[in-house]
Design a protein around this ligand. Structure first.
Ligand SMILES: *[C@@H]1O[C@H](CO)[C@@H](O)[C@H](O)[C@H]1NC(C)=O
Ligand SMILES: *[C@@H]1O[C@H](CO)[C@@H](O)[C@H](O)[C@H]1NC(C)=O
Ligand SMILES: *[C@@H]1O[C@H](CO)[C@@H](O)[C@H](O)[C@H]1NC(C)=O
Ligand SMILES: *[C@@H]1O[C@H](CO)[C@@H](O)[C@H](O)[C@H]1NC(C)=O
Length: 487
């Protein structure tokens, strides 16, 4: 009876794991199969349809306004504003408390983001999807070394970025600087940056436009200049700037982000600036004037429904994407969860063709050769990093009276080489996809063409006139990527 006994033990272990998600861990969202409850003292809070997270039960939505107790002070001589405070982005939680933040200026600097970096969308790695708050120097430096050993640096990946949870809870009471957690980062953040730079890579970090980060560590509101100077001294090249729990979120978001844009511009080191306010406040309308990329929605999850949902969102805002400013579909989930290899291919191809930053989000040592082949595909990366054409691919109608789908399945875009076509099969069964050459924007009603498979790096046989149709069987949830040769 050994087998049933073992099964019972395994089941007990599994249900124990499922019973309690840890601090800041995912605890829900469409497609989530893990634990939906949190350890004592933490509650599962929905951030969006795809991501719920265990957060500390500190935010009381019934507390009286705390306008008499400023939460942030600075030596700058500026005005005060009464602003609404809210917990983490949630459809189920309402804003009720107000607080006064001293030192919050009434108007925004209009300094643009640096034009020395961020022309094309970032390529790199971010610690969050792999490790959440369990980060440390060993893991970050390992990712940097894997960029070299796995050929990712050669393929174009540059940034090694630390997300939330890198500091201690209190600023230095003398200098007001954020203090790196000495256990996680025994050589400080500058010690990590030095090791990353020594490999010829760039280094990024995370802060928040409010008084605290998503995980409750110090945010930069009121301390923008001090933090920008500290990051500069440490060697920071990329800043992901959140707007999370304890952040003050209202229509003045752009002002708070602009404080940091200006503070970064005052430093010697150019910083690529990511605006992580989860697609709130029409960030696509002003994001390019303030930073190099802006998150289009809530946090990603390793699910097909997240991938299709964020593509549907991104295609609504493509007109704002060009050199120096890109909609951010969030960090990659390749290597995480139970995505099929076809879904992982679509994940990568969609981020490529829509020109989102691509920050790998897994323990790189666990990627297999198929996954590495996907993320190192030279032709797709060349489209993403093209220095002649800044615009992303956009949906097109593949043949007269083709049905519309959400997300769209057919996309075309230009690169310095010419015209490309990408086709997603959004169905759960294999499907034949067809387009007419003359329907591809910019190809015209005459001429002859052949088709090159960007995934395989090989020309397909056959030549076609403008009125001819091309058909291909696409696997469930897969994406094909073509370059159209004009003969
Ligand atoms: C980082 O975490 C890993 C895994 O828990 C551990 O082996 C390593 O020693 C840690 N490094 C530091 C600097 O704490
Ligand atoms: C605060 O900064 C001062 C000046 O750099 C330093 O001497 C002190 O050790 C720091 N304190 C902490 C707790 O890091
Ligand atoms: C973004 O697009 C909107 C709508 O087309 C436009 O009003 C806005 O000016 C654009 N913003 C930038 C920075 O290009
Ligand atoms: C890599 O993993 C994927 C699933 O994520 C699987 O479909 C594929 O066959 C694996 N490749 C190899 C070479 O093991």
């Amino acid at each position: 009876m050994l087998f049933p006994f073992l099964t019972l033990v395994l089941l007990a272990v599994a249900s124990q794991t499922l019973a309690q998600a840890g601090p800041f861990a995912q605890c829900g969202g469409n497609g989530w199969t893990g634990s939906t409850s949190c350890v004592a003292g933490w509650q599962c809070v929905a951030q969006n349809a795809f991501y719920s997270q265990c957060l500390q039960q500190t935010v009381s939505t019934t507390s009286a306004p705390t306008s008499s107790s400023p939460t942030s002070t600075t030596t700058k001589t500026t005005t005060s504003s009464t602003i609404t405070s809210c917990g983490i982005l949630s459809a189920t939680k309402s804003c009720s408390a107000t607080l006064t933040v001293t030192g919050f200026p009434a108007s925004a600097p209009t300094t643009p983001p640096s034009n020395l970096v961020g022309k094309t969308p970032a390529l790199g790695w971010n610690s969050w999807n792999a490790y959440a708050c369990s980060i440390n120097e060993t893991k970050v430096v390992a990712a940097a070394n894997q960029f070299i050993s796995l050929g990712l640096k050669t393929a174009g990946y540059q940034y090694i970025n630390i997300d939330d949870c890198w500091s201690v809870m209190a600023r230095n009471s003398t200098t007001n600087q954020i203090v790196p957690d000495p256990t996680k980062f025994p050589n400080g953040i500058s010690g990590v940056a030095t090791q990353v730079h020594a490999l010829g890579l760039k280094f990024g970090i995370y802060s928040d436009a409010g008084t605290a980060t998503c995980a409750g560590f110090p945010g930069s509101l009121g301390f923008e200049s001090i933090d920008a100077a500290t990051f500069n001294a440490w060697g920071v090249d990329y800043l992901k700037y959140g707007m999370s729990m304890n952040s003050v979120r209202n229509s003045n978001s752009a002002i708070r982000y602009r404080q940091m844009t200006a503070a970064l511009a005052a430093q010697a080191r150019p910083v690529q600036f990511n605006l992580c306010l989860w697609g709130n406040y029409d960030v696509w309308d002003w994001g390019a004037r303030v930073g190099h990329s802006w998150r289009l929605s809530g946090d990603s999850s390793a699910t097909w429904s997240y991938i299709t949902s964020i593509i549907s969102t991104a295609v609504q805002h493509l007109s704002n994407d060009t050199f120096g400013g890109h909609g951010d579909m969030d960090m990659m989930e390749i290597g995480n969860g139970a995505l099929t290899i076809q879904e992982q291919r679509t994940h990568f191809a969609a981020w490529i063709m829509l020109k989102s930053p691509i920050l790998l989000g897994t323990d790189l040592s666990l990627l297999n050769s198929t996954q590495l082949t996907i993320i190192k595909n030279a032709e797709l990366l060349a489209f993403h990093q093209d220095l002649t054409i800044g615009a992303p691919a956009a949906p097109f109608t593949p043949f007269a009276s083709a049905p519309t789908t959400s997300p769209p399945e057919y996309y075309s875009g230009k690169s310095s080489k010419g015209t490309h076509v990408f086709i997603i099969n959004t169905a759960a069964t294999a499907a034949t996809k067809t387009f007419t050459f003359s329907q591809i924007p910019g190809l015209g009603a005459s001429g002859s063409f052949s088709v090159h498979d960007m995934w395989a790096g090989a020309d397909l046989s056959g030549t076609y006139t403008a009125s001819a149709t091309f058909s291909v069987t696409v696997q469930p949830h897969d994406t094909v990527a073509y370059f159209i040769n004009v003969l």
